[in-house]
Every structure is written in structure tokens, then in C-alpha cells.
Ligand binder design. Structure first.
Ligand code: GAR
Length: 212
């Protein structure tokens, strides 16, 4: 897959939004390969909304519905994206799984950032789970979003060594630092370089060996 026009991007986030901000700054510097047209958030009091205001990015909170772990109705979210001609969706700390409507509307066009080396520690509290487990290496992963939670094809990973006696807070800070590098760099590659899927494998290619 290869797009020639700069991509129009929506970011979905639920919380602090440090990754949203790193994506916006990369886009501003021409380092993302696309423009962030809108932030969609499921919590009207989330700090990411204040960041969007400060950064001058259009932000919306479409109704999230009654369920804690998924959107009850994805159609208002889809409509907000269609209204802005969004072609690529980036989840950045979005704490609900997606189901039919959005996955069908954006096949292989939704990316997620997860704070572990998947397939280890999927789901919530991944950094804490890895730290409590006593792993020596953890990190972060960028993957395609599919119906399989945190299970889609992997585009990139960054490893972070756990230091002897390291606190959870310190490990969290270092993983976030790695995320702020990995996500924009991977999005840029995804938007600017040919790629293809081979089963569950995501393959970056060259113009010669990837079908555009
Ligand atoms: C990030 O660590 C991201 O990997 C994680 O939430 C954090 C959001 O931080 N996402 C998940 O756990 C998704 N399952 P931020 O709001 O500061 O960008």
C-alpha cells in the first residue's frame, strides 16, 4: 500500500495525550507524512483535550455509550472522521477496543501503540504487569488494529532494558520516552513507504517488491 497525497489522520485518545502531542509535533515538523485533522476522545475530562486546545487541533468527544471497554456505537465516531476525509486512524492511549464499523471502514488503516513487547502483556496495565513479572526487557509495539485485541500484525517494536531495582515509575517514564520516538517514526514509514501483509506478518518493502 502506498499513498501519494499527505495522509489525513485522526488520533483517538483517552488520557494524558503525551503520544498525541508527539504525533502533532512530528506532523508540524513535516516528519509524520500526514496531517492530524482531529482528535477524538471518549472522556470529556481527559487531559488530552487541553493539549489539543493548546496545540490548536480540532477535538471532539462523540458519545462513547454505556460500556467501559468498547464504544457502544461507532457510527458517530466514523461520521466525524468521514466529515474530515480521514484516511488513517492512530490510537494513542485509547482504552476501548474497536469492533465492526470502524474496522470495516478502515481496513489496515488503524494503528495502535501498546506499552509492551507484544504478544507479551496485552491488555490493560501492561507496564505494571511486565514490571511485576520481573522481566529484564520490555518496551513498546506499533501494530495494525484488528478484531483480535492487541493481536494485529506488528509494524515496529522498541526494546527497553529493565534496570536492576528500577521503580515502576522510572520504567514507565522510559517506556513513554521510547514510545514518543517509535510511534511518529513508524507512522512516517507506514505512510511513506510501500508495504504489504503476508498473513499476520507486516512487511515494509521497496517500490519493486510491494504492491502499491
Ligand atoms: C501509552 O503508554 C500507550 O502505549 C498506552 O497508553 C499510554 C498513553 O499515554 N496504550 C495502551 O495501553 C493501549 N492498550 P499518553 O496518554 O500519555 O499518550
Amino acid at each position: 500500500m502506498l499513498s501519494s497525497a499527505p495522509a489525513t489522520i485522526a488520533v483517538l485518545a483517552s488520557g494524558s495525550g503525551s503520544n498525541f502531542e508527539s504525533l502533532v509535533l512530528a506532523a508540524r515538523n513535516g516528519e509524520l507524512g500526514g496531517e492530524i485533522a482531529v482528535l477524538l476522545c471518549d472522556h470529556p475530562s481527559a487531559p488530552v483535550l487541553e493539549r489539543a486546545r493548546r496545540l490548536g487541533i480540532d477535538a471532539l468527544c462523540p458519545p462513547a455509550g454505556r460500556f467501559r471497554t468498547r464504544l457502544e456505537d461507532e457510527r458517530p465516531w466514523l461520521e466525524a472522521m468521514y466529515a474530515r476525509a480521514v484516511g488513517t486512524v492512530l490510537l494513542a492511549g485509547f482504552m476501548r477496543r474497536l469492533h465492526g464499523t470502524l474496522l470495516v471502514a478502515f481496513p489496515d488503516r488503524i494503528l495502535n501503540l501498546h506499552p509492551s513487547l507484544l504478544p507479551a502483556f496485552p491488555g490493560l496495565e501492561a507496564i505494571r504487569c511486565a514490571w511485576e513479572h520481573g522481566v529484564r526487557v520490555t518496551g513498546c509495539t506499533v501494530h495494525l488494529v484488528t478484531a483480535d485485541v492487541d493481536g494485529g500484525p506488528i509494524l515496529a517494536q522498541s526494546a527497553v532494558d529493565v534496570r536492576e531495582g528500577e521503580s515502576l515509575a522510572s520504567l514507565e517514564a522510559r517506556i513513554h520516552e521510547a514510545e514518543h520516538e517509535l510511534y511518529p517514526a513508524t507512522v512516517r514509514r507506514y505512510l511513506s513507504q510501500p508495504w504489504r501483509r503476508e498473513g499476520r506478518r507486516f512487511v515494509f518493502g521497496t517500490a519493486e517488491n510491494a504492491h502499491a
